[in-house]
Write a protein that binds this ligand. Structure first.
Ligand SMILES: Nc1ncnc2c1ncn2[C@@H]1O[C@H](COP(=O)(O)OP(=O)(O)OP(=O)(O)O)[C@@H](O)[C@H]1O
Ligand code: SF4
Ligand SMILES: [Mg+2]
Length: 334
């Protein structure tokens, strides 16, 4: 196994909600709590979970695009969480992000060539004379011909625009890319093409990905490891193969049971998710999943379950799970 590229310790993010004439703090959104994990060089580390569970916040806080409220993000021996924008400058090139909507990163008035030249020149990665050859290579890397350099974003299909967004991240010669729902808005056939492209680029340029997605079936095929998040916390973290073969957290089991082909075992023991996700303004005490968990009991309501390693690399935050093969508790009838 390679060494960690990024070490994340107890990462936390609160969004303060301010109201009133003087902007007093009225409440806090608990968007991310105690996120601890290494991201290993060259791996695809995926994050899954329902909408609002803190996946994007995790990505933004790692890149310090949103300032964490606590915790550390160690990259090249430096805690990124302590840096302001000036301090981040030497690291920005290495750490890139691709969003779901490429329109948000592409200026509609710039040609694709101009959009791709900008980061190359900004980071001094080519001279003006070298630029045309660099652009041609970059477009070829994402499967686009040189003709695309003179086109505008609105002239491209969704898949082509996402290729350009990937090229723009790649232009910086990064080491780490957060792919935040980067394929979610695309047609299924195009999704597969962009996924394959990401995998090819990963191999060619030794990239490390944090891949954020709703679609568990997609994650299964491309991930080395998968983190399942619930209401701002990691519920389970495991090698992809182990997570799909032996999901241990009741939340992971419920998520997988909604994708029967993803896990025949979970399909047999169907545990449909009950109710709605509680508000992150006032998350449940103890285990945040207790309001929806069929196994919940008093301990769960009182104490936060630690993320414990129950098999090599397989960590679970559940009081009921003490080994990699068993969930000790029976469902509690209402
Ligand atoms: N700028 C903000 N101000 C206040 N609350 C925010 C802000 N950004 C995110 N949140 C809240 O933080 C929580 C986590 O949001 P986040 O966007 O990280 O979730 P997500 O898992 O990426 O969801 P999705 O799958 O919908 O993209 C949510 O409750 C969200 O409403
Ligand atoms: S700690 Fe309790 S409530 Fe939380 S997932 Fe485990 S059994 Fe369910
Ligand atoms: Mg998101």
């Amino acid at each position: 196994m390679n060494a960690p590229l990024i070490t994340i310790e107890n990462l936390k993010k609160r969004f303060d909600i301010r109201m009133g004439a003087f902007g007093e703090k009225a409440a806090s959104v608990h968007a991310l709590d105690d996120f601890t994990a290494d991201i290993i060089e060259g791996e695809t580390f995926s994050l899954v979970g329902e909408s609002g569970c803190g996946k994007s916040t995790t990505g933004f806080c790692i890149l310090n695009l949103q300032r964490p409220s606590g915790g550390r993000v160690i990259y090249k021996g430096t805690d990124l969480a302590t840096l302001d924008e000036d301090g981040m400058r030497p690291f920005r090139r290495d750490l890139q992000i691709v969003f779901q909507d490429p329109y948000s990163t592409l200026n509609p008035r710039m040609t694709i060539g101009e959009a791709l030249s900008e980061p190359i020149l900004f980071h001094g990665l080519a001279t003006k004379a070298e630029l045309p050859a660099r652009l041609t290579r970059l477009l070829a890397d994402v499967g686009l011909s040189q003709r695309f350099a003179s086109r505008y974003p609105h002239e491209l299909s969704g898949g082509q625009r996402q290729r350009v967004a990937i090229a723009r991240a790649l232009a910086c010669e990064p080491r780490f890319i957060v792919c935040d729902e980067a394929i979610s808005a695309l047609d299924v056939s195009v999704q597969a093409q962009i996924l394959n492209l990401l995998l090819d680029l990963q191999e060619k340029y030794k990239l490390t990905y944090l891949f954020i997605a709703h679609d568990l079936a997609v994650v299964r095929h491309i991930s080395d490891r998968v983190g399942v998040m619930y209401l701002g916390r990691l519920a389970e973290l495991a090698p992809a193969q182990a997570l799909f073969a032996t999901p241990l957290h009741p939340y992971t089991r419920a998520l997988l049971s909604a994708v029967p082909e993803a896990n025949p075992h979970a399909a047999q023991t169907r545990q449909r998710l009950q109710g709605e996700v509680p508000s992150p303004l006032n998350p449940p005490s103890g285990c945040r999943f207790h309001t929806r968990c069929p196994l919940a009991r008093d301990t769960c309501r009182a104490t936060v379950p630690p993320l414990r390693e129950v098999a090599p690399g397989h960590r679970v935050a559940c009081h009921a799970v003490t080994s990699a093969t068993t969930t000790n508790w029976e469902p509690v009838s209402a």
